[in-house]
Structure formats: C-alpha cells, structure tokens
Design a protein around this ligand. Sequence first.
Ligand code: PMP
Length: 398
Amino acid sequence: MDLLKKCRAFTWADETRDVGLYPFYPAFQGPAGGGQVVLDGAEVCMLGSNDYRALSMSAQVIGAAQDAIALYGTSVTGSRLLNGNLDLHENLEADLADFFGYEAALIFSTGYMTNLGVVSALAGRGDQVFLDEKAHASLIDGARLAEASGAVVRRFAHTDPNDLARQLAASPSAASLVATDGVFSMEGDLAPVADLVAVCEDFGATLLVDDAHGVGVFGRGRGVIEQAGVRGRVPLLTLTFATALASQGGAVLADAKTIEFLRHTSRPQIFSAGLSPADTAAAHAALREVRRRAEAEPAALAAAAYLRRALDALGYDVVDSASPVIPVRFPDQLSMLSAHRLLAEHGVHTNAVLPPAGEGHQLRIACTDAHAPGLLEAAIGVFASLRQDLLPRYRRAA
Ligand code: PMP
C-alpha cells in the first residue's frame, strides 16, 4: 500500500486549471488587504479580505511592527513558557483584557491554534462539547482532540438555542462547553449570543464565543458579546488578529484562573513558538486604533449593506446577513467558478467557497472600511454588466 497514492489520485485542481476555472491561491503582487490589490499585473477590487477596518496598511500599524523588529528582532525563537516570552506579549494581553472586559488574556500563534488549544485543554474525559453545526473548523478540530481524550462531542442546529437547550437537558450532569462563532465566517450571520448565554446559564454550561469576524466591527469594536448586551456573561472569548486587527495570531480571554490553567496546559501554547515581535506589535497598534475609533460605526457595515441591496436588486441570490460578509449563492460548482472567473477578469476579486466550507456553492464577498462609494460603484457596475452571463440559471424577476 502506498500512502501517497491518494495524492496522485487528486486531480480536481489540475482539471479545474485545465478549463481555466481554478480559483484558489491567487498570488497578489503587493498588499492583499485594502480595497484594491494587484493581481496578474492589474488592479482589482478586493472583495474577499477580512481586513475589516482597513488597518493592514495603516501607518501606525506598519510603524509599530517595524519598531518591534528593530528592538526585538524577527523571532522569539521558542515557546513563551521557556524562552520566547516578551513584555510585548504581556502588554498586549493586558490591553486585550481591559478592552474586552475580562480578567486576563492569552495570545496564541494563530486564531486556529487558539481554538484548538482552548477546547482541547478544557474538555476531556467525562465532559461534553456542544458545537454550533456551522462552527469554524478550528473549533471542530479542537473538539476532535477533546473527543480523543474522552469528551463527548455533539452538534446543535445552527444558531438554535432551543436545540441546544434540548440537548443539554438530555444529559444535565456532565460538565459542558458550548462553542459557537460570533459571526459565521462563510454565512455572515450572527450567533444569538444573548439567548445562548441564557441557556448556558440555565444549565451551568460554559459558553465560548469565537468572535473572529465580530471583533473590531460590532459593539464599539468589542464584538458581538457587547452588541448583544451580555458583557461579563460569556466566560470564554476567542479571537484572531488576522481580521480587523490586521496582523497574525489569536487570543483567548477569560477569568485569571482559567488563563493561568491554559498557560500551563494548552499544548499549542506550550509546544509552539511565541508570536513574533512584529505580529504582536502590529496587533497591539491595531487594537489601539480600533479603540480610538470605537464610537464611529465602521464604514464596512454601511458598505456591505449598500452592496447587498445592489446585488439583490440585480437579481443575485444574496443570502441575508447583517455583517460585512455577503454570501452569494450559485446552483452548482461550475456556475460559481465561472462567476468567480468572470468577475476576476473584470477586476473584482471574490472568494470561491465550495462545500463543506459553505452551504452549497457560493461566492463570499466581504466589505471593509476601504470600500469607499466610488470603489463599490465600480464593482457594482461589473456585477451589473455580467448579470446576463452570471444569472442564466436562476434569473429572478429583477
Ligand atoms: N475562527 C474563525 C471564525 C475564522 O473565520 C478563522 C479564520 N479566519 C479562524 C478562527 C482562524 O483564525 P486564523 O486565521 O488566525 O488562524
């Protein structure tokens, strides 16, 4: 038996390249955030980045990263537990805790590692993990590790607190972790955080909200927990620095004893190098910027509302959402990939999403603060001009 046989049998990417429809790994020549990027030598409108507050090219954030490299070098060269811990990490953790209203925070090297490290360290033999059925892969993989050490893992219906309550009622005595995205990254919808809090409090379950796409955007920058009015009632908040915080890395926020436990038990924390000085300083500078702008409604939300209405009016199958993320559905893979290709050829970059990442085949569009009206109008013009080509399969009365 040859282990690598499956790799040679994997032909989807080549077949899709052969027909000119391969949508993945576009290589941008220059920044990948912001409103416009360069692809194959041409300027294209970026409608697929998570740089929600358009901070990835901000002078403050870049300057902070440069200063950190000059002072601390390029790498911490080891685990924070032993030799890779910096005052930069601890200062960022203190400010994260202060901003989001928690006792303490712990940084990981990515958002994925944060969820993996938190769920797998907290849930094990005798415990239960309940995941929203559309929870991010990193929560799912954390739950798989928890399962391998004896936890029971269950899914509850998407954004359905009643289904969660039914499932918790069926086995009320076990210690339970309930995990959900705050804003679902592919669907763009928000978790019913206040209702989930109420159910978890009723059953004594511990709620984790991964607010990768809500932080910096909702609740005066503090995310969906603040927006839902339940500050102080969600025991575990995780986030990534690779969305609104314009960097790399992630963090968990919790009470001081839980953070102390995770610092000493979470394997992705202990057995992986600490976050680089540049990434840490960039995230910190972006956090300061989010805090400074907290009272202003993010332009990304208004841009997304405008674009959503325009695409709907043009007859596209737009999934309703209230976040910067706009999913546009297509009936099958071929029509979605063709749309992705045509849009790219006309200067608009979107994200192609195949099942199981998305529900069905969809283009994921995301708006940021960089999508000024002129840029959006140009993109809408492209969607309008391609309408006849893109919509033949589901022409709604428009
Ligand atoms: N959680 C959610 C909901 C995400 O969408 C992502 C990826 N954007 C992550 C976690 C992982 O974050 P990172 O890219 O920092 O690993």
